[in-house]
Design a protein around this ligand. Structure first.
Ligand code: ZN
Length: 194
């Protein structure tokens, strides 16, 4: 399983720090999966990351439980679970699409021009489908986290408008991703239980 945390730095610094990065110490934590033993350090694995201002391989700290033999990885919140593209670029791409009246091609060119990241038409389509699938859960979770008295969304709003309202509430994509993850165990594009 993965545990998301705030690395306190961007991807470039994180990569430079390598194994010297100040990873959270999980060795006094019981295994979150079986609770029968403490977690032990279990090396690193490498993953590829593409985000605003960064493309490269980064090391992910891993722990392991000697009882159930399962591993726990520490994922910095600038990464999105199971995605090569990082949290910030995912939210930026969605903002470009939902908040601008442009063709998909123009949106993609805009993302490339402003971030240097090449987001394909298929990728953008996939992000759109997934955020729309997760819309209700994300709205409920954000409303809860931000202690909003008024619901963000009114039933009569169309899907695009609902996504726009949701995106308008995501002020800090990485911090908000982390908060949503802590609350639900998933984040923006993870298929959420409906
Ligand atoms: Zn275990």
């Amino acid at each position: 399983m993965q545990i998301m945390y705030n690395a306190g730095c961007d991807a470039e610094i994180y990569k430079t720090q390598g194994e010297k990065h100040n990873f959270p110490d999980m060795s006094k934590e019981l295994c979150p999966q079986c609770g029968a033993d403490y977690l032990r350090k279990h090396g690193y694995y490498e993953r590829h990351l593409i985000t605003v201002g960064f493309e490269g391989r980064i090391k992910i700290r891993r722990y392991r439980c000697r009882d159930c033999k399962k591993t726990v990885s520490l994922l910095p919140s600038f990464c999105h679970p199971k995605r090569t593209y990082g949290t910030e670029i995912i939210i930026k791409s969605l903002n470009e699409f939902y908040n601008k009246i442009l063709t998909v091609f123009a949106v993609i060119m805009n993302i490339l021009k402003t971030t240097g990241v090449d987001c394909s038409r298929q990728l953008l389509l996939h992000y759109r489908r997934r955020i729309e699938q997760n819309l209700n859960v994300l709205i409920m979770t954000l409303t809860d986290i931000q202690s909003l008295k008024n619901p963000i969304i009114h039933e009569e709003m169309g899907t695009k408008e609902k996504v726009r309202q949701l995106l308008a509430r995501i002020h800090y994509p990485e911090d908000d991703s982390l908060k949503i993850y802590k609350r639900t165990g998933t984040t923006y594009l993870t298929l959420q239980p409906q």
